[in-house]
Write a protein that binds this ligand. Sequence first.
Ligand SMILES: Cc1cc2nc3c(=O)[nH]c(=O)nc-3n(C[C@H](O)[C@H](O)[C@H](O)COP(=O)(O)OP(=O)(O)OC[C@H]3O[C@@H](n4cnc5c(N)ncnc54)[C@H](O)[C@@H]3O)c2cc1C
Length: 414
Amino acid sequence: MTESGSLDAAGQAGTARYDVLVVGAGIVGLGVAYAAHRRGLRVLVCERASEVVGASVRNFGHLCFTPQSGRAYEFAQRSRELWRELAREADFWLQETGTWVVARTDEEFAVLREFARVRGPREVHTHTVASIESKVPVAEAVGGVLLPLDCQVNPREAASAVRAYLQRCGVEFRFRTAVGAVASGVAHTSRGDIRADQIVLATNHDIDLLMPDLAQQHGVLRCGLDMMRVTMGLRAPLTAPLLTGWSLLRYSGFADMAATVDLRARLHSEFPELAQLDLNEMYTQLPDGSVIVGDTHYRGESVASFQREIAFDSLLSLARERFDVTDVRVLERWQGMYASAANEFLQDIRPDTGIHVAVVTTGIGMSCGLGFAEHTVARIFADSTWAGASPVLREAAAVTTSRHPDHELTGSVQ
Ligand SMILES: Cc1cc2nc3c(=O)[nH]c(=O)nc-3n(C[C@H](O)[C@H](O)[C@H](O)COP(=O)(O)OP(=O)(O)OC[C@H]3O[C@@H](n4cnc5c(N)ncnc54)[C@H](O)[C@@H]3O)c2cc1C
């Protein structure tokens, strides 16, 4: 067998046949590889870059398990177990301090109180303004909640640590190897053909290149995001990821609340320029003390290569206001990208061809991707023992796609 990334004597990518070939070494591809490896299968991951470089390193590292709904909630709950297990086994930093969601207005607090009532004290702890001010370095809060089950990882390390762990377990990786096309049992790569019984495409937004018709059929677009990492003189450390304001409109768990209607109307009428940037106001502090600040969203079949300074200006001015600081210094700016569609997941299982697609089509892949990936593998092998809690998704894993096409699984399963 060839070494990772090298050619064999015939100039081919090796003559071995794999049980599962995973295309893409982001968190979803790694999750598929992990689940397949745990079934005792021979697994190869093919990645066109030289390391894990995609959305899985460009994000906040926020494992936002709680404010999801429907399938996303189920995948998030299973992802939580998998992240904790992997952090132990692969030995990377995972912080179990939850998420702070701070309300700056009565409308925001109304959404959070409703959410607390619906979810109960296991998932949501309500805090008064005095309590928030003593625990979170924000200014002008009117109250807030802690979502204690949420977690945080360092996105620059976590996926790479999972990759290294899987390599130690015997999963093979071939970097700098781009897959150009797939057919039943074979992937045509930039280093020759690779043969596998099952091929899973976990390519994020690049699914529109490998499977353009499928992507079009599911309305998959690309979503670009502006992000930055800053230092600022916070009056106390940010002990957990912080969501506020616009974030309450984004996560489906909050967005489902009746009180969100008023909040949406007010934010859109009061701040039309921020609404245009499709903002998610969010902050995570890394172990070195720097803070990831984001983000904005813009969608299309392709997204602009050039990031607009107005987006960064807006994010910085919100950060100054939120933490009541003036000394914000930008260390890095970057553009992230993910697949975006009306449904949150594109899971296309094709037992007839052995070519399957696993793409998270919204910005929650760090929170839901591992559970989603494991469920994808369970469906490929028609296995009803999927470890997630949802009976609907377990049953879905056990039956053929003709009875359960993807669109039948999009409703709430809670
Ligand atoms: C700025 C930003 C912030 C985010 N914040 C969060 C967050 O805090 N919490 C959260 O839950 N989610 C967050 N997300 C979403 C989350 O990061 C993504 O949903 C998740 O990382 C997607 O994982 P993936 O494996 O599908 O994609 P990726 O990590 O992008 O991996 C796909 C891989 O496939 C490879 N590839 C593509 N085509 C080919 C090919 N033809 N041949 C070989 N390899 C190929 C690519 O090179 C890439 O490495 C954020 C996303 C962004 C962009």
